[in-house]
Write a protein that binds this ligand. Sequence first.
Ligand code: EPZ
Length: 461
Amino acid sequence: MPRDPVTISLTTFEESTHMDVGAPSPFSSDVTHSTLSEPTEQPTMDALVIRGGRKLSGRVEISGAKNAALPVMAATLLAPGVHTLRNVPLLSDTRTMARVLEQLGARVEFRGHACKIDTSRIMSFEAPYDLVRTMRASIYVLGPLLARFGAARVSLPGGCAWGPRPVNLHLEGLKAMGAALEIEHGYIAGKDVELHGADISFENVSVGATAQLMMAATLASGTTVLDNVALEPDVTVLGQVLIGCGARIEGLGSRRLTIHGVRELHPVDTTIIPDRIEAATLLAAGAITGGSITLEQCDAGHLAAVMHHLEDAGCDVLPGNGEVTLSGPTRPSALEITTAPFPGFPTDMQAQMMALCSIADGVSAITDTIYLDRFTHVPELQRLGAQIELKGNTALIRGVDRLQGAPVMATDIRASAALVIAALIAEGETRISRIYHLDRGYEQLEQKLRSLGADIERISE
Ligand code: EPZ
């Protein structure tokens, strides 16, 4: 009997980096870090103090990608055994994911940037509100738990700093694959679930829903076709990791994925790709100071849209093998940017580029088509003297000659990065509080900026 294709929309709800995938190596005795014993991480009340006016120069290494590491960590639930993930960024978000996995019964140990995850003995199917509310990506355990165990109880993530962030695409997709899910007491719950293949078409591209359904489909009976999927490198390399676990996935790097369910998967040893948003953030920092920097351990292929706009701003950008060099202009030119799913301009760089445009020569326009209300950084940039007017989901930025240091507050990961960038050229001292937001997505950002010559220090408030 022909299957009815399902279109899920917001309302009703390639060729990229190769990832090393091989046989895992066993747990080492000299464990350096486990998170199980620690209570839920309390956000630090640290602040950053930045004295602006120094040109950045030098070389700096890019860390592993947060948005690739999180789904790969969750995907280890699909395959019983010991997985080894290398180049995992040491962030509060990856520690939170480790806690979620440990809460389920996995054993997680960090050894530097290598993370071993043993998913042989999963005892619980519940991801608690206390952890999920601190990091939406915890929802990535839902699909793998349903696929491997037929049961899950995962807290609904709720909204974020800039507004509602529904997960209806995740839920409608899983329902189309046969999961009878209930929302009870703020939890998504399902039991006795047997996932089967389905034809699912996304009306709107979603990174999270693509990853979620791709993971779930690997162990579902039959074949799943996902149409209009996300092409973000984080998603494509997740697919490569799943194939390394023994999954049968066709079409990676295209907008249509075909996943033939298999009976079981096996553990992997893999390396997380470089963080393209961290790289882009540092390039914007180099540009705003008119400096000259080289990023190492980064993939220029993931940065094309950002590099294109930085060149429009007057930067010289030289991509190389595993590195990118940028020389900034005396004064950037105004820009016109519209965010879009990869390979379009990333919404996760919208705020940082707004900081750059705040001192550009002319009026810039930045439109966010992914999150129509992602502008919590605007009033904080205005506190530094930026002239920004919001018209719906477009910000008009009239470049000023100079910004002035002031106390400001971080509101989310990328908004805090934008404040850091603006502070690098603001006259006098800027104090950015609530930088626990920054620590969620950037590993040792102040040390990296200091190594490039910035006058920046972390203080506790
Ligand atoms: C991922 O979020 C990233 N997070 C985000 O980065 C990033 O901004 C976003 O993709 C877009 O690139 C991680 O990878 C952990 P989506 P995700 O599903 O998966 C709507 C950062 O700073 N939508 O592609 O949540 C949604 O509201 C973070 O590192 C639904 O309506 O993004 C948005 O408007 C912030 N229903 C659009 O689709 C759904 O079920 C795209 O969201 C799912 C999404």
